[in-house]
Design a protein around this ligand. Sequence first.
Ligand code: SF4
Ligand code: MG
Length: 317
Amino acid sequence: RNLQVHFPVKSSIFQRAKTFVKAVDDVSFDVNERETLGIVGESGCGKSTTGRAVLQLIPPTSGLVHFEGKSLIGLKSHELRKKRQNMQMVFQDPYSSLNPRLTVERILAEPLQAHGIGSHEERRSQILEVMDLCGLSSTYINRYAHEFSGGQRQRICIARALILRPKLIVADEPVSALDVSIQSQILNLMQDLQRELGLTYLFISHDLAVVRHLCTRVGVMYLGRMAEIAPVESLYETPLHPYTQTLLSAIPKGSPREVKERIILQGEVPSPLNPPSGCAFSTRCPHVMDRCRTVRPELQEVGGASHQVACHLYDEE
Ligand code: SF4
Ligand code: MG
């Protein structure tokens, strides 16, 4: 609720006052049990920071994060560590997120040891079980991370995230570093695991096709803010926010008859150091009105079915 993450910017000798980048600027959303909530947007829109702030890997500047009805804000580090058993992250790059000189067994044993779980034997059987779930042959257990391809490494990362039997996985672009041919294998694995283990996903991606395939609901972020959030069919069939309409117009359609006019935006994404007042999209929006430049639009439900949009076009007069 009302999540904000501000990063201080190194002030130069010319600047007296400290300046801040508002990486996440008043974002609110819910993730329901066993669903996949997608968060999409261009790079720099604050989606990764949002995911990290949810897990308290980055402390939010302000706002609330509740997990199973309990606040995660202000927990002592040992309390937070305990909660973390239930909330794990899968990162984008399976190369940099695994130590290449550790064996699969050591990588997967580490979270168990850190939480003091099981004897050596018990840990080994849990490791073999999670490897099997993730489609990793038991013969891999003594091999080193550097011996594996990108896709296999991401399976190891997913196994590491699952070893503590979490309920929520925050996956930050989990397939965008992989070959296209491997991407669908990993996405299918994530879907199978969700069904089998009853997992909840917060799935961060810039790839609208992947998100459509995988997610139950989708939130669209622009410049640190949530522009629109809706069930997946509703978002893709009737996008309401002009920014979402632009993003979706960029996806090529199947048949030539279906070709929609691609909307080309004017200008660049403004600097988060100096975001526009009013609507963050006002400097590029084809429908901009006077009040868009001064009044910040709040998320409001439009047309039912939990479709929310932050745009003055839908204000009731
Ligand atoms: Fe465009 Fe105004 Fe809607 Fe912002 S609030 S998206 S500027 S119409
Ligand atoms: Mg990112």
